[in-house]
Write a protein that binds this ligand. Structure first.
Ligand code: HEC
Length: 408
């Protein structure tokens, strides 16, 4: 077996990416929690530099934490900065995007909607990452930035426009990942440009003997709060490959927007628990409302049947395919994890044991029920067996659906 460098880099990078993201998001959650729990200093006359304090029990002792203004002549050393968790998350994520998606740009496109080439799709995705940041940054630098609700609404409109536009070209899985990557890029750019930028300026001004100017911190803090509130939607979108029912749905853009708004609201309510008694009930309310909306979108009739199927078995097969997470591995236009099923019907399929079989109804049925019996060449025997999972009619429907898939 030849060395598949993309697969190995994929494994290493994914692991590093997840670990870095956990460290970054863990920090963001803990720091925001500390800000919210800080007991404000009531004795400003005794210690004017002390903003507040907090005690935390951990590891057999108490961390007695104080948040204070810094004096130019008393900068503590070592002073810890937090940025590499964020940079590592973005760098590993971006490399993954390049290795797994841009290199094989076809995995981004929805071949039933566009003829765009792989590199063109990769170019559009990149433009989205840069454009998304420029748009978001401009909105919050403009006068709108002074009004969180207005700024948030305009940012959401921009996100909706991007989701709609990419949804016209990208397949569902790539669309969710693209929007997640755009939001995550804004988060890291926030750290790089605003949070670190202001911290550097602040340290420079202190070192030149200027008094502590809280304006630097304020500017950094609003971006850091944005990051904090979009962590949940970004996590959801990054994991969305496992939720094919959402991203494969006809109304995937609407579902994506519901998820983003609901999860920002949930994060906000979680923070509100220290001053808002109805926070838990409200979280249940938000989740219920989102579930009802998503349920509606999942059951709305398709705008147009993109499979072009007159055969009801194909429509049923497609629904089964999406509901049984087949699409998690069998992504359209991609053979990263599992063979693409588009255009395989009638073809000769080489098997791992050296035989070659013709893909017909019987082979498709066997492949679904007992995938390990005949493993397609070049793939790991990773498909779960579905023996006993489907009725005969359902199997027929799945086979009819796979038969209907045109090359792409
Ligand atoms: C965990 C990932 C995974 C899931 C989920 C999955 N498959 Fe597969 N599938 C694979 C892999 C890997 C192969 C190639 C190895 C093999 O032939 O067993 C494969 C092979 C196949 C083949 C044979 C394709 C060929 O070119 O010979 C068919 C047909 C198929 N899958 C259909 C389905 C259907 C239908 C579902 C959902 C009910 C499904 N798969 C769910 C991973 C998956």
């Amino acid at each position: 077996m030849e060395f598949n460098w993309a697969e190995w880099t994929g494994v290493l990078l994914r692991f590093a990416h997840v670990v870095a993201a956990i460290m970054w998001i863990g920090n963001s959650l803990l720091f925001t929690w500390m800000e919210l729990r800080l007991i404000a200093n009531t004795r400003k006359d005794e210690d004017p530099d002390l903003l507040g304090h907090l005690d935390m029990l951990h590891g057999g002792g108490v961390f007695h934490l104080e948040k204070r203004l810094l004096r130019p002549n008393a900068i503590p050393s070592p002073l810890h900065w937090f940025k590499w968790q964020s940079y590592t998350t973005w760098l590993t994520g971006f490399t993954l995007l390049c290795v797994l998606f841009y290199r094989d740009g076809l995995t981004l496109a929805d071949a039933t909607r566009t003829d765009l080439s792989g590199p063109a799709c990769a170019g559009l995705s990149l433009a989205g990452l840069v454009g998304g940041w420029l748009f978001y940054d401009l909105v919050w630098r403009s006068p709108l930035g002074k009004h969180p609700l207005a700024g948030g609404a305009v940012s959401l409109l921009g996100l909706a426009a991007a989701a709609w536009a990419f949804g016209e070209i990208f397949n569902g899985r790539a669309l969710y990942l693209q929007i997640g990557a755009m939001m995550a890029t804004c988060m890291t750019a926030n750290v790089f440009v605003h949070i670190m930028g202001n911290q550097h300026r602040f340290m420079r001004s202190l070192k030149s003997g200027q008094p502590h100017d809280p304006a630097y911190g304020k500017r950094a803090k609003s971006r850091s709060l944005h990051n904090h509130h979009i962590t949940f939607p970004v996590l959801f979108l990054m994991l969305s490959a496992h939720f094919p029912r959402f991203h494969a749905a006809e109304w995937r853009v609407a579902i994506l927007l519901v998820v983003v708004v609901a999860l920002v609201a949930v994060k906000w309510l979680m923070n509100a628990r220290f001053f808002f008694r109805g926070w838990l009930a409200s979280i249940f309310g938000v989740v219920l409302l989102a579930a009802v909306l998503i349920g509606l979108f999942l059951h709305l009739p398709a705008r147009a049947d993109t499979t072009g199927a007159a055969d009801p078995r194909v429509t049923q097969g497609r629904a089964l395919f999406e509901a049984n997470t087949c699409a998690t591995c069998h992504m359209q236009g991609s053979s990263q994890i599992a063979p693409s099923l588009h255009g395989i019907y009638g073809k000769a399929q080489p098997l791992a044991d050296g035989r070659t079989v013709t893909v017909d109804d019987a082979y498709l049925r066997r492949s679904i029920l007992e995938p390990q019996a005949e493993v397609a060449e070049g793939f790991a025997p990773a498909m779960p067996p579905y023996e006993g999972r489907f009725t005969d009619t359902e199997l027929d429907a799945l086979v009819a659906y796979i038969r209907s898939l045109t090359p792409g």
